[in-house]
Design a protein around this ligand. Structure first.
Ligand code: DX5
Ligand code: ZN
Length: 232
């Protein structure tokens, strides 16, 4: 199945995916609109209070976003265990990308194939304590690899510098094998470190508190894209 336009664009131009976790929950639509088209990605964190120590949204939020923002790339990141139990209810909400955690899935290869067969792009994620080398057998199948650059569960944490090595290694592996997965980094990314994340080979940076925690989210996104150097 062909990748969506937004994924193709992200392969060529560094992309910011604002994380809704830091948006004003009672004014989410207005907060999304304040991005003013600086990015067409939205990162949506699903947390179960079990795999990660926090609870967030259910599929109804993703369905509502799909309805109101049909052109946006809905980048859904499921931090819930077992992943197998949650995937179908979120696929029904028609995300563009569904990312699952290596650590929370029993059959990660089967799950990636299932997500793709249902028409979404399949992402696979590793926590800071998990080596990216464990993903080797599924890299040929993945549309996106999400490197957690903080421990999952909360916005506003500090970037873990070791993540840069993982991003570089994944970028080297992609080149050596002719793979096409996007590399996404998630957690603690701001104008201060976005350039180093981009030069390590990352295509998409998730940013929550750095974007929605500021009075003019559109300006932060524009600045982060500029600092990352535009094209890869
Ligand atoms: C953390 C989430 C992140 C989070 C990032 O578990 O996966 O997407 O929203 O927030 P910041 O950018 O504030 O670290
Ligand atoms: Zn996330």
């Amino acid at each position: 199945m062909a990748r969506s336009l937004q994924l193709e664009r992200a392969a060529k131009n560094f992309t910011i995916a604002p994380s809704l976790l830091s948006a004003d929950i009672l004014n989410m639509g207005a907060h999304i609109d304040s991005l003013k088209g600086e990015t067409d990605w939205l990162h949506i964190d699903i947390m179960d209070g079990h795999f990660v120590p926090n609870l967030s949204y259910g599929p109804s939020l993703v369905s509502a976003l799909r309805k109101r923002y049909p052109e946006m790339c809905l980048d859904v990141h499921i931090m819930a265990e077992p992943e197998e139990y949650f995937v179908d209810m979120f696929l029904a909400a028609k995300p563009d990308i569904l990312t699952v955690h290596y650590e929370a899935a029993k059959h990660i290869h089967r799950l990636i194939q299932h997500i793709k067969s249902c028409g979404a792009a399949a992402g696979v994620s590793v926590n800071p304590g998990t080596s990216e080398t464990l993903l080797t057998p599924v890299l040929c199948e993945a549309d996106l690899v999400l490197v957690m650059s903080v421990n999952p569960g909360y916005g506003g944490q500090s970037f873990i510098p070791e993540s840069l090595k993982k991003i570089s290694a994944l970028s080297d592996t992609r080149k050596a094998n002719g793979y096409s997965y996007l590399i996404e980094a998630d957690g603690g990314i701001s104008p201060k470190n976005v350039a180093s994340v981009a030069s390590a080979g990352c295509n998409v940076a998730v940013a929550g508190s750095a974007v929605f925690g500021k009075p003019e989210p559109d300006k932060v996104v524009a600045e982060m894209k500029r600092l990352a150097g535009g094209k890869l």
